[in-house]
Design a protein around this ligand. Structure first.
Ligand SMILES: [Zn+2]
Length: 275
């Protein structure tokens, strides 16, 4: 599930929660598979694959995001998706009314994922077998770094469609920047970490923005506690910089974008070592 560091370690941990492409046999979706795949951050784990050679573990989900989304609260259950009554607390998130909660009910506005409701057991199985192990492993990796170094830097790695969706994106149908760095408006890390990342990408000639159009969700919220020297940012890479959004194949830009991210991780490792 993750690539361990090769004989050395630094206080940096990466995770890629949405790049999984192993579709479980019991998924039981009823919509077009091509639409389901649009929810993947396909290849993001490959874009950040340089990290382990620097001593930073990279955790990558194998299960797909549309099956269950690790970047949501486990309480973010959509009552409209459940056959019967969920026997636990429910705290729906802001996107759940759009059908984009812990387990997606809609793949886009007006298009349901399923032709049925999910049983309580079915939902619990996804939490138990995918969500909880993913979170436990990420917690273990960040705690391991923290125990050794007294501080940890986390990068939560994602990609975004080149253009937003009219109904489901907070920014509507807008054209996205090259990179969006999220720290939930300065609450999940030392602001210098966000600034270092944005400035590095700007210096390479990219349009990089902080908290626009994405600020970060559950994973940076959970792992970013700057007062404890636990610093988390979310990086969203524009998909046009590395893949064809229709075929989901890597495009000609992939190698260049990966080289820039390799250089960023090298620079970040040096920056962290001095702090
Ligand atoms: Zn993502």
């Amino acid at each position: 599930m993750h690539l361990p560091p090769a004989g050395r370690d630094i206080p940096l941990v990466l995770d890629s929660p949405h790049s999984g492409t192993d579709y479980p046999a019991d998924f039981g979706y009823a919509c077009d598979f091509a639409l389901i795949r649009k929810s993947e951050d396909t290849h993001v784990d490959a874009l950040f694959a340089h990290a382990p050679s620097l001593g930073a573990p990279l955790l990558a989900a194998r299960f797909p995001r549309a099956y269950i989304d690790p970047n949501r609260s486990p309480l973010d259950i959509d009552p409209e998706l459940i056959d019967g009554v969920w026997p636990g607390q429910i705290v729906p998130g802001e996107k759940t009314k759009l059908g984009l909660g812990l387990i997606w009910r809609k793949i886009k506005a007006g298009t349901p994922v399923y032709a049925r409701k999910l049983t309580v057991d079915e939902v619990w199985k996804r939490i138990d077998e995918c969500y909880l192990p993913y979170h436990a492993e990420l917690q273990r990796l960040t705690d391991r770094a923290y125990a050794r170094w007294g501080r940890v830097y986390h990068i939560n790695c994602h990609s975004m469609p080149a253009v937003g969706d009219r109904e489901t994106s907070a920014d509507g149908e807008s054209v996205r920047p090259d990179f969006a760095i999220g720290d939930r408006d300065g609450t999940t890390c030392d602001p210098a970490y966000t600034k270092f990342t944005v400035d590095f990408l700007l210096a390479k000639g990219y349009d990089a923005r902080a908290n626009d159009p994405y600020k970060g969700v559950e994973l940076v919220r959970r792992h970013g506690r700057p007062a404890e020297k636990r610093h988390a940012i979310q990086i969203e890479v524009n998909r046009r910089l590395y893949m064809d959004e229709e075929t989901r194949e890597r495009n000609a830009e992939f190698a260049k974008t990966k080289a820039v991210l390799d250089a960023y991780l090298d620079a970040l490792a040096g920056w962290i070592a001095k702090r």
